[in-house]
Ligand binder design. Structure first.
Ligand SMILES: [Zn+2]
Length: 69
């Protein structure tokens, strides 16, 4: 499933921020269409725990990366 990922600064592993529901987004074929469709993250960032190393870090919207699978 296509998803938005974040990179942990501690262990450099990517983890999923959110999955993209393709049922509501049938135009998935154009990956670049998603760039304007990033999930909202407050300007102050959001605190998330890395599922790999359990490090809690603040992430910003620009750090979201699209992954097609
Ligand atoms: Zn980590």
């Amino acid at each position: 499933m296509p998803r938005w990922v974040l990179g942990c600064p501690e262990c450099n592993q990517e983890f999923t921020h959110s999955e993209i529901d393709t049922e509501y987004r049938p135009t998935l074929l154009d990956a670049f269409a998603w760039i304007g469709d990033k999930p909202e993250i407050p300007d102050a960032g959001v605190s998330m725990e890395c599922p790999n190393c359990k490090k809690v870090s603040i992430y910003f919207r620009y750090q979201l990366t699209y992954r097609a699978s």
